[in-house]
Write a new protein. Structure first.
Length: 296
């Protein structure tokens, strides 16, 4: 079904002007990213994600929230995630939280987060810090929750999301469940926000082949999607970037870049990408504060 050309199709959808590359099997929907996946990502910042879930989804059911130390290196950064069920949407949710501690690591230029890599099950290598964080959460109970939910609701899709560090863990989670044949790639939907580069070029290539519905939303000059620097230890983003330049208000223009080499048509084409404010704010909301406040 892949197109033999890189024909650009111009669409108007959800009051937003879209430039879509049809080599993708899936179609990005601003409304879904803004009103469905984004609250799910923000809810991970709450000590009680059910508050956000109840505010945005009828009959939603929090399965469990998990909190673990991100790695064994003594960085004292707590990683968190939750699983949930959205019966009306026929979806199982896996959502990962970003942390202020992770931003502090980046501000201190702690390159050890990226220099140490581990082999990934789907192919290539990933940051050992990200891989350890995901694996610890997975083995702390997420595996049991996900397997039980899929066994009980085999026809449901699996929706995976997260912001910042949570975006990297979400990316790994989606890849992991497909690689282990827990579900097939066509049943997985992945949307992340402000995701840093997570693994090497072979990892990105393998990830692209696993699922069609995979989008990394970036806000203007958000610093984190550009960390680590392109080329460091062969880090490369997987597809597809959805770039909102400047505004993320309802109806804002965005661009979908499906290029495997991080197209300069999206955020990679900016000369300055050093904004922490753009990282913390998506769709006009402070992600963590909005989630903590119950997504109201």
């Amino acid at each position: 079904m892949r197109s033999f050309t890189l024909l650009l199709v111009f669409l108007t959808y959800s009051q937003a002007r879209v430039i879509l590359d049809p080599i993708s099997f899936a179609t990005y929907d601003d409304g879904v990213a803004r009103n469905t996946f984004f609250p799910l990502a923000a809810a991970a910042y709450s000590s009680n994600p059910q508050t956000c879930l109840s505010a945005k989804f009828t009959n939603s059911q929090l399965r469990r929230q998990l909190n673990v130390q991100c790695d064994a290196g003594g960085k004292n950064d707590i990683c968190s995630a939750y699983t949930a069920l959205l019966p009306d949407n026929k979806a199982i949710v896996i959502s990962f939280r970003g942390t202020q501690g992770f931003l502090q690591l980046l501000e201190e230029a702690d390159k050890s987060v990226f220099q140490s890599q581990s082999q990934w099950i789907a192919g290539g290598k990933v940051s050992k810090y990200f891989g350890d964080a995901f694996n610890t959460l997975w083995n702390a109970g997420m595996k049991d929750d996900v397997n039980n939910l899929i066994h009980k609701y085999p026809t449901f899709e699996v929706w995976v999301t997260g912001h910042s560090l949570g975006g990297s863990m979400a990316s790994l989670a989606a890849s992991y469940i497909v690689a282990n044949k827990i579900v097939t790639g066509d049943k997985v939907k992945l949307i992340t926000y402000g995701q840093p580069r997570t693994g090497t070029t072979p990892f990105a290539v393998a990830h692209d082949a696993q699922m069609a519905y995979s989008y990394r939303v970036t806000h203007n000059r958000d610093i984190v999607p550009h960390i680590p620097n392109e080329g460091m230890e062969d880090y490369k983003h997987h597809k597809a970037e959805v770039f909102y330049k400047e505004s993320m208000k309802a109806g804002a223009t965005f661009k979908v870049c499906s290029s495997a080499d991080e197209s300069n048509d999206c955020s990679n084409g900016l000369l300055i990408t050093a904004s922490v404010s753009d990282h913390l704010t998506y769709f006009t909301k402070d992600v963590s504060q909005w989630g903590e406040a119950g997504c109201n």
